[in-house]
Design a protein around this ligand. Structure first.
Ligand SMILES: Nc1ncnc2c1ncn2[C@@H]1O[C@H](COP(=O)(O)OP(=O)(O)OP(=O)(O)O)[C@@H](O)[C@H]1O
Ligand SMILES: [Mg+2]
Length: 319
């Protein structure tokens, strides 16, 4: 679950907020597009979730972690729960596809044997098994983004956030990436994607949240369209009397039992603050409780329990 309660963000020296009293509630397993004009605040909202930036006001809770109680030392734990994918991929150029994905596991203390089991499965998931030993410079843009997604998914985060993942890709590769995100969502991962690609948004018919001038002006719960002024938002029209009022604070009460403060988070090895400049591995106090392949197995079981859907060849290992 992702929850923003009346969140505002003023960057240093700015009088106008980049985010202005934003309220947002995203349920587990949802697929959400975040759209809006350039400068609307999309990336700022994402940076709030990844804790790259702190809100000036308001509360944030992600995956049961209440950010109010989060200290700097807890941020790596958060980043293991949230996978992030960027427009510019942020791959390590001198490491192969395999090594880029493996590194994401190495730095959280996953054993070599576990890495050897997990990486091929994750590469299979994103359709890159045959590129495992290529360097990023030898890949197409779409393949680079698939590598970045594989790296994010290797630790099996509950939430995958993608900030304009198709921004550098041609339409065909963009579709491939969006379909891959949809597939990952079908396995139960919550997906939040920012995009300027109206065609993709309109075809997928998912929940679409529109942000403008730092305020949420539309929230189409399903069957959403790319709509920069939020005028098509059923929520805005029906429940709140129009886009101009769609932003009124709607405080959401979360049962206390769901809240996990950072005090209760298990201590494991640190994750990199930035995938481009990963932190050197430090002493691992405890191995992550759920290993890569174990989680893939969990996904396999969860997926098998769902209504049968056509099975893509490269997803075989999960089924
Ligand atoms: N690090 C920063 N310091 C100061 N101001 C910033 C910073 N990052 C963003 N801003 C400002 O905050 C506002 C929102 O920017 P943000 O990057 O969130 O927009 P966006 O919706 O992601 O735009 P785009 O679609 O172009 O990526 C803009 O006015 C921008 O200039
Ligand atoms: Mg942005």
């Amino acid at each position: 679950m992702i929850l923003l309660d009346n969140v505002s963000k003023y960057y240093k020296g700015d009088k106008k907020p980049a985010l202005d009293e934003v309220n947002l509630h995203i349920l587990p397993k949802e697929f959400v597009f975040l759209v809006g004009p350039s400068g609307a605040g999309k990336s700022t909202l994402i940076k709030m979730l990844t804790r790259e930036e702190k809100p000036s006001y308001g509360d944030i809770m992600v995956g049961g972690i209440d950010y109010k109680y989060m200290k700097k030392k807890h941020i790596p734990h958060l980043r293991r729960r949230i996978g992030v994918v960027f427009q510019d991929f942020k791959l390590l150029p001198n490491r192969t596809v395999y090594e880029n994905v493996a590194f994401a596991l190495e730095i959280v203390g996953v054993s070599n044997s576990e890495i050897k089991r997990t990486v091929p499965k994750v590469l299979d998931l994103v359709g890159l098994s045959d590129k495992a030993h290529k360097f990023p410079g030898e890949l197409s843009g779409g393949q680079r983004q698939r590598t970045a997604i594989a790296r994010s998914m290797a630790r099996q985060p509950k939430i995958l956030i993608a900030d304009e993942p198709t921004g550098n890709l041609d339409p065909e590769n963009s579709w491939g990436i969006i379909k891959l995100l949809e597939e990952i969502n079908n396995f139960g991962t919550t997906i939040l994607v920012t995009t300027h690609d109206a065609e993709v948004v309109n075809q997928l018919k998912k929940r679409v949240i529109t942000i403008s001038d730092g305020r949420i002006v539309g929230d189409q719960k399903s069957g959403g369209h790319y709509d920069l002024d939020g005028s098509r938002s059923r929520i805005a029209k029906r429940s709140l009397g129009g886009p101009a009022q769609a932003q009124q604070p709607q405080h959401i009460v979360v049962p206390q039992t769901q809240i996990i403060t950072t005090a209760t988070i298990q201590t494991t090895a640190p994750a990199p603050a930035d995938p481009v400049q990963p932190a050197e591995p430090k002493a691992v106090t405890k191995k992550p409780s759920t290993s890569g392949s174990a989680v893939l197995e969990q996904m396999k079981k969860a997926k098998a329990a769902e209504t049968a859907k056509p099975v893509a060849k490269r997803r075989k290992f999960i089924h």
